[in-house]
Design a protein around this ligand. Structure first.
Ligand code: ADP
Ligand code: MG
Length: 273
């Protein structure tokens, strides 16, 4: 459906994206990686906001993604603060030549719990409400590709769940690409996961493929972890989960890996790289 072919992009000496290729079908794709791994660069190239140094985006028969087929939530969305929530959605609908705009707007206001803000100015909305409106506008018209760059920043846990449910319900009709460094945002909804590390794909594919780090993931009651243990680990309730080539200490037992464990196995414990 959308083919990204050998795309590279550098900013002066920084190689942000290196020979990235991927074939996107309908469904939800998660781009996971820490800050600086190249997620926004990939998304900006796919939306046409940034010109790649080399490579191409191919959708159907043509090169590039036509605007009316694209929904996009940038990492730092800018919206006209003088517009009401309704006007913001209507404006995007007009730009995309959307059919039955009023009906679409009602549906989106309802899906994102925005009805009470319909006639409120964007400038008066809280961060989380603005963010929901930013996500809602990406679904105006009939997009075939929706790109969401860290869309859940600023949302509370309940809102995150609602956004997740909405995305899951749309995913049969379109390609949805979500970047995040928060694994739980895409857990259970992503059809495929792409781990991006320093501009390159570290690991990608469906969950059955991604979760194959069996034998490298261990779990133990947290109090069994030796003082000063410096291996790759994360606390999980009263337990600690460890990524290691072999049993890390007494009391640790092999467990079935989760997406978060795979993230840890790729990126270690540092957030920046
Ligand atoms: P992510 O979205 O995963 O945090 P980015 O795509 O924003 O990653 O950044 C990838 C790399 O490119 C980082 O090293 C970042 O510092 C660098 N970078 C991003 N945008 C610019 C820019 N406009 N100018 C120079 N370097 C940039
Ligand atoms: Mg980014």
């Amino acid at each position: 459906m959308i083919l990204v072919k050998n795309v590279s992009k550098s900013y002066k000496s920084v190689r942000a994206l290196i020979d990235f290729s991927y074939d996107f079908e309908a469904g939800i794709y998660a781009i996971l990686g820490p800050n600086g791994s190249g997620k926004s660069t990939l998304m900006n190239v796919m939306t046409g906001n940034l010109k790649a140094d080399s490579g191409a985006i191919v959708m159907g028969e043509g090169v590039g993604v036509p605007d009316y087929m694209l929904g996009y939530v940038p990492q730092y969305p800018g919206m006209y603060s003088g517009f009401t929530a309704f006007e913001m959605l209507d404006y995007v609908g007009i730009l995309k030549n959307a059919e039955q705009r009023e009906r679409q707007i009602s549906r989106l206001l309802s899906a994102f719990d925005l009805e009470e803000y319909k006639n409120k100015k964007v400038g008066s909305l809280s961060g989380g409400t603005k963010q929901r409106l930013a996500i809602a506008q990406a679904f105006m018209g009939a997009p075939k590709l929706v790109i969401l760059d860290e869309p859940t920043a600023g949302l509370d846990p309940l809102q995150r769940v609602k956004v997740k449910n909405f995305l899951a319900a749309q995913s049969e009709k379109m390609t949805i690409i979500i970047s995040t460094h928060i694994v739980s945002d895409v857990e259970n909804i992503a059809n495929e996961v792409i781990f991006l590390k320093q501009g390159k794909i570290a690991l990608s594919g469906g969950l059955d493929k991604i979760l194959q780090i069996e034998g490298k993931c261990f779990c133990a009651p947290a109090e069994k972890m030796p003082q000063g243990f410096s291996g790759v680990h994360r606390l999980c309730g009263a337990d600690v989960r460890i990524i290691a080539g072999q049993k890390p200490f007494d009391g640790a037992n092999p467990v079935v890996p989760e997406l978060e464990d795979v993230y840890l196995s790729i990126f270690g414990m540092g957030e920046e790289q």
